[in-house]
Ligand binder design. Sequence first.
Ligand code: MIC
Ligand code: SF4
Length: 643
Amino acid sequence: MNLVQKIIQAHLVSGTPEAGNEIAIRVDQTLTQDATGTLSYLQFEATGADRVKVDLAVSYIDHNMMQGDFRNADDHIYLQDVAAKYGIHFSRPGNGICHQVHLERFAVPGVTLLGTDSHTPTCGGMGTLSLGAGGLDVAIAMAGSPYYFKMPKVRGICLEGQLSRGVSAKDIIMKLLGDLSVKGGIGWALEYYGPGVATLDVPQRATITNMGAELGATTSIFPSDKQTLAYLVQQGRESYFQELRPDADACYDDTLTLDLSELEPLIARPDSPDNVCSITEVSGTPVNQVAIGSCTNSSFSDLMTVASALRGKTIHPNVNMVVSPGSKQVLQLIAENGALADMIAAGARILESACGPCAGMGQIPSSGAVSVRSFNRNFPGRSGGLDNHVYLASPIACAAAALSGYIADPRDLDISSAPENPERFNINTNGIIPPPKNGQYVQIRRGPNIQPVPVKNPMGRKIVGDILIKLGDNISTDHILPAGPTVLPLRSNVPAIREYLFKYVDADFINRVKKKQGGIIVGGHNYGQGSSREHAALCPMSLGVTIVIAKSFSRIHFGNLINYGILPLTLQSEADYDAIQEGDTLNLDNVIELLESGSNSFPVHNQTSETTIITNLEISSRQREILLAGGLLTYVGENSKDE
Ligand code: MIC
Ligand code: SF4
């Protein structure tokens, strides 16, 4: 067996783990962050559970940090109270980005982790089988349910050789993105093996597993070996070490080999993480902003590398450089060893340990600006401005751009000395508040911005609706419902946040959907890629959207649509996509019968052109029941009544 199969087998609750089958696994750990966490905990409360049933649950505050008014702070108080009441560890504001902190303090080789964030697979760098999911899925898992998902195919990625000077772990994953595209990982788990693995430390591995999310992969994982032990020793957590490898004769559904010594520094150009080229192709492009941080590249070693490059130099006068350390631990360590002073002296602006500009929370670039970021996503509008040009690169390439004022080859940088990497860190865990043994008497405070989560009625016999919008390929959840300082504070308030649906794609969408009291959305391939935010399904549902028809869907968004009772129908041909237009009226008859009969074929009649197309819905019988019930929460409620 390969490693993915081994961990799944050890956690299997139901199903046969063959690619394409729905399986259910036991969830050992959960993580939530504040932008998706409030809804998740509101739903957890609705399950009636009196305490979380997983071994470890952690609630992080890292996304909504600007506190432009009372709303962020109210959410944080709600989350802290919920954590105390239900047995959840609470990572305080300022303690860092969920994935970085989870890797440092909680990830364990061989366990399963489910998180309300698409980059949860970051902990695959530690040999944890980690999956991103919608908030409702995580709520149900915290209440004791297993997690249901499609068993992925497993692609073995054999790493050979060693990275050369100036080439980073980020370049490994960008090479894969350039070759495979943002759709290339759909339906796959990516498992790294081979001699090159031993040359990468855990933070480097975590950069790679983190951006497996950009490939659309279900998860990504590295074995647990000497490097894993060294990282756990650094964190004072060596007792959690367990060696984990695939069997010597492990099989993979596909393999590919990457020779690390052949890699060169790469960069993703605007507006997609797979728009990758050699950095030399664009070097010389003037740069206005450089941002270092995010769950991809904000580890101690990443920031030490940047500090060594900046030491004794000055950032180019045309560049605004911001640095957000991944965690309080990282910030404290670089403060203690002087690296922070090197960055400050060079002119870097130090932000708090949080997602910050990665989720468009501040540092929105000037008009038409070029911003080079060590982040993972550069979808249009994600930086908070529509007319800027965001490039993604390694921290060292970002440092090269900050110093020279243009995109530059990091191999030309003169770095004073190799960054130090102590055997043991000075650990201070006071950013994490463990729950009291008994949370029964904790009163939960709910600010006025925290509104109940809308619930859908059971599925009707017939659906009729107009096509409200017809979109192209790779529409991300950032397109469907943007983030940023105006929108993120509304994550606990569905009636308010839904006003921003498709805001930067088609500002009139919201008026149309309201006027027509719902309707149908049409997308291309990989619809709903990117963020796991369930608001991208919940808000359309709350406005009466009943069907999304697309050429293909991203895994997490597909699950979220079903969880909120929206039919995700797949088109069978390009001709069918061409045959439906915005404004057409469609109807789908006998919906209940089709769902109950187990049929995969859903005939959609176009009343406008008087034609019929056959769409596809390949889902499990459990998912059919969820759709019939009107969503996962109702389904779970009904089933617990039956028990
Ligand atoms: C992101 O990187 O897009 C986010 C913001 O972390 C999201 C979660 C969210 O939208 O709250 C994600 O990746 O799932
Ligand atoms: Fe935060 Fe950015 Fe990572 Fe999302 S991708 S969790 S916004 S740092």
